[in-house]
Design a protein around this ligand. Sequence first.
Ligand SMILES: [Zn+2]
Length: 260
Amino acid sequence: MARRTFLGTLRLAILLAVLAFVALGAWLDRRRSTDWDAPLRVTVYPIAAADDAATRGHVAALAQQDFADVEAFFAEEADRHGLALREPVRVRVSHAAALPPQPPGDTGMLGVVTWSLRFRYWAWRVAMDDPLPTPDVQVFALYHPADGGTAVPDSLGLSKGLMAITHLYADPAAAGSNQVVVAHELLHTLGATDKYQRASGQPLVPEGLGDPDQVPRYPQRYGEIMAGRIALGAQEATIPDGLGRMLVGPVTARQIGWLQ
Ligand SMILES: [Zn+2]
């Protein structure tokens, strides 16, 4: 009995030591990634989340130019906030990844911690096996059939670890909104927080609005990228059809190191 307790304690101590080590590494990576003295190198890995021919075909055809809007969005917004770096984000596309380990169904602490370590290890292996140089941020873009029959899971940007899993639709009509999701999750990896109400999805006031000082306030012409939607009224918001209608607000800009 005493021996088992000792082993249990030892296992917990090792797990905590691994976590402390991972957390320190993530902190150092984050510091390096938000100093903005060189372009942030992002690799997007398009992955088919379903086995049908349409989804696989859509994913196989995705290339660099399909994410050009993300690069342009970061360049424009960084410039608007006075950042000297002309090209803050450089996106490459790699087809070197298969499906990542699935997150646990229930959200028990130990299950989540174990999954996040497995996911990190898996992501590290993907980068090692990829002929492309190891990026600063990895975005695993899972594409689902666009039949509208199934709701896709929530996308996930690990705020400690410079990697994200995004759930997107394999449909040319969704290309614009897919880029909004990629930019949003990419910003999470750099330390940006959500700016919408959890329960309703409604953008927070003022930090979730494109222009809180607009008169009249609604409908907003632009949305804040971490709000994910454009507020049409105090209780009404719409999903944008592309990054052209989204902005990086001052709170997000501060969180990612663009403003002091
Ligand atoms: Zn979010």
